[in-house]
Design a protein around this ligand. Structure first.
Ligand SMILES: Cc1ncc(COP(=O)(O)O)c(C=O)c1O
Length: 367
């Protein structure tokens, strides 16, 4: 049996007719940039995360840059973030003109550790940019209260967490602003690049809107600030509108698969992605923690099963961020997390037969 780490075609193929219809509707209306589909997506996605407002943008990266620009950070302002993420998260801080300050992560979840955040906070800290890694919510009670106490902005990078819940509240509704990527392979992805910002703060929404649209503030050719061209294409919105009603079902299926995997790995004494009982994650990837991941990856591959490592090099050790002056050993939990995780096939379209096949392989392996 051959089971790829990821197989987007299984999700796309059954929706082909709906996507084609959505495409034809956009063609008929000649609405390629702004349009009805985007208005609908913004309304429905805001509802989905229990927020008042949403702003569709061209990518998760654009969401992060525009959101951080909306905070109007200054040159010496510091933004605390995680080294265990995709480079877009921290790069956005640089693009917004501020300084990146990394903190370490919780070794169990890969999420920013509230105690480590406290340790790196200085007088110049203006914001925290967290990532709900793999879809598991960060410890929001502690982080939100820390931000309130210290008057810091909170930005959520929710690119892995479309629909995750923390203590009965949707991820994407905790921060001053939250950013989602709709990259095709995400748990909720488009048919190209796209992203969205969610917020309950009308003032910040307006600022973000201006940065996303050349600083326009409602009047044609009237620009209030120097902005970008980052609004989502209407066609991507149309595709996302096809998929949004299906998202809850996909989240449930992923959770079911995760629980099956967890049970099998637990019997073998292998640690996996975990979350506290007061959270309900919309899981993006399923990872295990093992010392010799290469050997297990080869065993899976020899049996036709794909696997992979997301973010094997933490951001503080990337060449692009060398100028920050961090070194190996600065964030031991993040470094260990990056070194020891391995992801296995995890998508709602996996058949029971395939899941059983993978579980049998795990049972037979000597960890
Ligand atoms: C945590 C995180 N933030 C931001 C991004 C950037 O999103 P995009 O690829 O849509 O620009 C990604 C994409 O992989 C991501 O995983």
């Amino acid at each position: 049996m051959k089971i790829n780490l990821f197989d987007l075609s299984r999700q796309i193929s059954p929706l082909r007719k709906s996507f084609t219809k959505a495409f034809e509707e956009v063609l008929d209306k000649n609405e390629f940039t702004h349009g009805e589909q985007t208005v609908m997506l913004e309304k429905n996605f805001a509802n989905f995360v229990d927020c008042k407002y949403a702003l569709g943008v061209k990518s998760g990266t654009a969401a992060l840059i525009v959101a951080l620009k909306a905070l109007e950070l200054q040159k010496d302002d510091e933004v605390i973030t995680t080294p265990m993420t995709f480079s877009a998260t921290s790069d956005a801080i640089i693009h917004a003109g501020a300084k990146i300050v990394f903190a370490d992560v919780d070794p169990k979840t890969g999420n920013l550790d509230p105690e480590s955040i406290e340790k790196v906070k200085t007088k110049r800290t203006k914001a925290i940019l967290l990532v709900h890694f793999a879809g598991v919510p960060c410890e929001m009670t502690k982080i939100v209260s820390f931000c309130k106490k210290n008057k810091l902005f909170l930005i959520e990078d929710a690119s892995h967490a479309h629909g995750s819940i923390y203590k009965n509240k949707k991820i994407g509704s905790f921060g001053d602003l939250a950013c989602f990527s709709f990259y095709p392979s995400k748990a909720f992805g488009s048919l190209g690049n796209a992203g969205i910002i969610t917020t309950n703060n009308k003032k910040l929404l307006k600022k973000a809107q201006m940065f996303a649209e050349h600083g326009l503030y409602g009047k044609k050719y009237k620009h209030r600030l120097v902005g970008y061209n980052e609004k989502i294409d209407n066609l991507q919105s149309a595709f996302l509108n096809v998929k949004l009603p299906l998202l809850e079902g996909w989240i449930e299926k992923r959770l079911k698969i995760a629980k099956k995997y967890q049970a099998v790995f637990a019997k073998k004494g292998v640690k996996t992605v975990v979350w506290p009982e007061y959270s309900k994650p919309s899981l993006y990837i399923f990872s295990i923690f093992i010392k010799n991941r290469g050997k297990f990856a080869k065993y899976l591959s020899d049996n036709g099963v794909g696997s992979g490592t997301y973010y094997p090099t933490t951001l503080h050790l990337q060449e692009s961020l060398k100028f920050l002056g961090y070194k190996k050993g600065d964030f031991p939990n993040a470094e260990l997390y990056a070194k020891q995780t391995l992801s296995i096939p995890f998508y709602p379209e996996l058949t029971n037969q395939e899941i059983d096949f993978i579980c049998d392989l795990i049972k037979k392996y000597e960890f």
